[in-house]
Design a protein around this ligand. Structure first.
Ligand SMILES: [Fe+2]
Length: 307
């Protein structure tokens, strides 16, 4: 099956935490995001650009992701995705009025992917009435037509998940490492979604999300602020071989990771060919993983294909 309808960006990520204040401060202080809104149920909406929100922090028991929200261009495309998901044998639930109001969108559907991961697809994202102002000195985030950045989840069935997001949702494989990880795009951003094969000891669905700054100075500033705050770094500064971004990973208040990045290359589907990273050697200066962090891919030094 080749997907006719396609998602166009990773538009928002929702997650739950027992401490929304701690999370809000982390995103404001370390990343520079702006608080956009707060709902009566305690949900905090965070902005990084002209959109009303890109991240939704929901009060809850679990310290984990709740859903990914993928954007489609219009209502017809939403119907197209819904039909493809149904054709794949998955029940699609239309978003209720309450759902649409919660997400500030014109229309949406909800379903679980083949591994049970909650997915939302929407169109008509609300544009904020006021300009975006960073919470700290910042060059701003690179979003444009490329979505919020990227989200990475663990999956118990790597190739089953890859087939679903490729054949049903319309994403394209950027590169892959059989048995371990696949990176997928739906716009010029090298990957909006990455899938990691779940391994023993990993008990969350979320691995990390990445936000990309316009200037490298923001990565350095985020690093300095996280250090001063006493946040736990998951890796050192490094450059990935596949998307070629310069970044570091910091452990966020839920115990999974946030990647602050700059300088990723774009992909062009007219010429892009699936790549494969493997073999020995370190062609790029790499993120050195701090020891004993269960949410990471493990080990001290990961070759460039790891993210
Ligand atoms: Fe990443």
């Amino acid at each position: 099956m080749v997907a006719k309808a396609k998602v166009s960006e990773l538009g928002y990520i929702g997650f739950t935490t027992q401490n929304t204040d701690k999370w809000t401060n982390f995103l404001k202080e370390v990343t520079g995001m702006q608080v956009s809104d707060k709902a009566d149920d305690g949900t905090v909406y965070m902005r990084i650009d002209e959109r009303h929100h890109r991240f939704l922090i929901h009060p809850g028991e679990e310290e984990d992701v709740s859903y990914f929200g993928f954007l489609v261009k219009d209502e017809q495309e939403l119907y197209g995705i819904a039909a493809q998901v149904e054709e794949a044998g998955i029940t699609v639930t239309p978003g209720t009025k309450g759902d649409r109001e919660s997400r500030n969108v014109l229309g949406m559907i909800k379903f679980n992917d083949p591994t049970g991961f909650p997915v939302e697809v929407f169109y008509g994202a609300q544009v904020a009435k006021t300009p975006y102002y960073a919470s700290r000195e910042s060059s701003g985030f690179k979003t444009e037509n490329m979505g919020l950045g990227h989200g990475v989840i663990w999956t118990p069935d790597l190739m089953g998940s890859v087939r679903f997001y490729r054949d049903v949702m319309g994403l394209v494989i950027s590169d892959g490492f059989v048995g371990r990880a696949f990176f997928m795009h739906c716009n010029p951003r090298h990957h909006s979604l990455a899938l990691f094969q779940q391994r023993p000891g990993v008990n969350k669905r979320m691995n990390h999300f990445m936000v990309q700054y316009n200037e490298i100075d923001d990565v350095g500033l985020a690093y300095d602020i996280a250090e001063k705050r006493g946040d736990q770094f998951a890796t050192t500064l490094g450059r990935h071989g596949n998307d070629q971004n310069v970044s570091f990973y910091v452990t966020n208040p839920s115990g999974w990771e946030t990647e602050c990045a700059w300088g990723a290359r774009d992909v062009d589907d007219e010429v892009w060919q699936t790549e494969h990273y493997g073999g020995k050697g370190d062609p790029y200066w790499l993120h050195v993983r701090h020891a004993n962090l269960e949410m990471g891919l493990g080990g001290q030094r990961q070759p460039q294909q790891s993210r």
